[in-house]
Design a protein around this ligand. Structure first.
Ligand code: NI
Length: 171
């Protein structure tokens, strides 16, 4: 496995619409393993293939609900589609490995259902709420060339963990 370089804003690669995964071959398995390793190395809770300069509809997510004392669950999903989203939304503060040093307040659906395929092409479905739902929505946005800064006017530069400075919306 290899840690891959993460593409950062404003690289145009992040703005392209990614292509469907059609071949679940050895090359894809290598990409998935590399994405998992890259996400863990950062560390991050999610990563989309365009962030490592591969224009495919593929995401990895690893997140454990804090209140449940369990190890984080890993999700690998190709061709994810949100098939249901709650009318109820909530605001939350997000960051992105492709926009280092910034966070923003983004409104997202509280609960979603995501359908896609696992790493071997088998259909899979995930019901998610709260932060897990937020992470999926954020990563799926990447597949459509959308970044969290597009969805908010409230973006902060995080200088230090204890110090946050409000700045104008990043271009
Ligand atoms: Ni991101």
């Amino acid at each position: 496995m290899t840690i891959r370089e993460i593409v950062t804003h404003p690289n145009e690669i992040l703005r392209r619409k990614a292509h469907r995964v059609e071949k679940f071959d050895k090359e894809l398995q290598t990409l998935i393993d590399d994405m998992i390793e890259t996400m863990r190395a950062e560390p991050g809770v999610g990563l989309a293939a365009p962030q490592v300069a591969v224009p495919l509809r593929l995401i990895v997510v690893e997140y454990g609900e804090e209140e449940q004392d369990v190890s984080p669950k890993l999700y690998v999903m190709a061709n994810p589609e949100i098939t249901r989203a709650s009318v109820e939304t909530e605001k939350g503060v997000e960051g992105c490995l492709s926009i280092p040093g910034y966070v923003g307040e983004v409104e997202r659906a509280v609960e979603i259902v995501v359908r896609g395929q696992n790493r071997f092409g088998k259909p899979m479905k995930v019901k998610a709420k709260g932060w897990l739902a937020r992470i999926f929505q954020h990563e799926i946005d990447h597949l459509n060339g959308v970044l969290f800064i597009d969805r908010t006017d409230k973006v902060w530069k995080v200088e230090e963990e204890t110090q946050a400075v409000q700045v104008s919306k990043a271009e």
